[in-house]
Write a protein that binds this ligand. Structure first.
Ligand SMILES: N[C@@H](CCC(=O)N[C@@H](CS)C(=O)NCC(=O)O)C(=O)O
Length: 91
């Protein structure tokens, strides 16, 4: 079994609106029925220190970030990420 995709996102996406970059991407994963695992990171810990794990993973501090089964760490503007999920072109 391949590893599921990991969605690194902020801990609160309860708003479920498209202003929330993390939700935009999660919504498309759900819509496509793609299995994924959530890795939560605190939203209010915006400092670089609080986002050390995210920075180590992706080289920057913003979420969402996708970790693909082939090891690719994918971070782009959430609109672009959502589009890539929709297009079925995740690794
Ligand atoms: N324009 C970016 C915004 C990304 C963004 O602001 N993500 C939030 C989480 S939903 C975040 O990481 N905020 C922390 C911060 O601004 O330091 C996108 O659409 O990807």
């Amino acid at each position: 079994m391949p590893e599921p995709i990991k969605l690194h996102r902020c801990s609160w996406t309860f708003l479920h609106i498209d202003l929330d970059a993390c939700w935009k991407v999660e919504k498309e994963l759900k819509a496509k029925g793609i299995p994924y695992e959530v890795v939560k990171h605190g939203y209010f810990g915006k400092s670089e220190e609080a986002r050390a794990e995210v920075i180590e993973l992706s080289g920057q501090k913003l979420l969402p970030v996708l970790e693909l089964p082939d090891g690719e760490v994918y971070r782009a503007e959430s609109d672009e990420m959502a589009e890539r999920v929709r297009s079925g072109e995740l690794g």
